[in-house]
Design a protein around this ligand. Structure first.
Ligand SMILES: NC(=O)c1ccc[n+]([C@@H]2O[C@H](COP(=O)([O-])OP(=O)(O)OC[C@H]3O[C@@H](n4cnc5c(N)ncnc54)[C@H](O)[C@@H]3O)[C@@H](O)[C@H]2O)c1
Length: 274
């Protein structure tokens, strides 16, 4: 085994990716499989998760699809049972399920007073509770095997609030806080075999934000232009550009790293605009 394989390889590791059928999640699943991990693609639609699993297996990797809603304890417990039956353990959890809702966004023609409380709560619940609950349920398996590695997905809006996305921003800021909190909690209660970190992606064109950032003809919206202007690299990120950071955080290469949130953002978060 080469030094790099020893440091970054994930052979014999089992990695669960929630939101594994999403744009960023599916690239993460493929990268984890290429690094040698057995990958569990967790999504709400089993057939979509199975299709990606099949693709990974055909490319020589190990994978399975599992269906569960990240807000449903019963479904997550059932998913855990199936994962243990197939792969025996859970070493890595990537909490990539997340999203936003129009009612939790304050558009320029509206004000904060129009914000729909129900949608705000749903967005906070999906992103925050949808990270906490899988961490708890899959974390139970990690605690029994005395080691575990959790990677959460935060956002630029956790560092400095972006306009409009008040619910999503609150939830992602809470995810960064939860990442630090859980890193300390797990290390103190269960030892150094437990690590919790997060990635804060910059802007990647996905189904979640496409209509916010691009017009139907593919040109940038005003907001899209502002984002590109605020990104010193002058472009959106490509999903596979998150994977190096993910593999670093999942592997022994980052053995002494816990409780950090890594921006992968073409220098967006470093830029003051002047
Ligand atoms: N695209 C970006 O620029 C960007 C930037 C920062 C953070 N993120 C975050 O990255 C993660 C992945 O987002 P993406 O851009 O790939 O979007 P995406 O919509 O393609 O992926 C999100 C996935 O989460 C799944 N999901 C939603 N609700 C769920 C639930 N209740 N239970 C289980 N799965 C559920 C969706 O089905 C989808 O597969 C999200 O947490 C998102 O907030 C994205």
């Amino acid at each position: 085994m080469s030094y790099i394989e020893e440091l970054f390889g994930l052979k014999a590791k089992v990695a669960v990716v929630t939101g594994g059928t999403g744009v960023l999640g599916s690239d993460m699943c493929k990268a984890l499989a290429k690094a040698g991990a057995s990958v569990v693609i967790l999504g709400r639609r089993k057939e979509v998760a199975d299709k990606l699993a099949q693709e990974i297996v055909q490319a020589g990797g190990k994978a399975m699809g599992v269906s569960a809603d990240v807000l449903d304890t019963k479904q997550l417990v059932e998913a855990r049972k199936l994962i243990i039956e197939k792969f025996g353990t859970i070493d890595i959890l990537v909490n990539a399920a997340g999203g936003n809702l129009p009612g939790a966004v304050v558009t320029p023609d509206k004000t904060f007073l129009d914000l729909k409380l129900d949608d705000f709560k749903k967005v906070v619940d999906l992103n925050l509770t949808g990270t906490l609950l899988p961490s708890q349920i899959f974390g139970e398996t990690m605690v029994s095997s005395k080691k575990g590695n959790i990677i959460n997905i935060s956002s630029m809006t956790a560092i400095r609030p972006l306009t409009r996305v008040v619910g999503y921003g609150a939830a992602k800021a809470a995810i960064s806080n939860f990442t630090q909190w859980l890193a300390v909690e797990m290390a103190k209660k269960f030892g150094e075999g437990f690590r919790v970190n997060a990635i804060a992606p910059g802007f990647f064109l996905t189904e979640q934000n496409r209509t916010l950032l691009t017009n139907t003809d593919g040109s940038l919206t005003d907001r899209g232009q502002l984002i590109i202007k605020g990104t010193p690299f002058g472009r959106f990120g490509e999903p596979d550009e998150l994977c190096g950071t993910l593999l670093w955080l999942c592997s022994d290469a980052s053995k002494f790293v816990s409780g950090i949130v890594v921006p992968v953002d073409g220098a967006f978060s470093a830029y003051a605009g002047v």
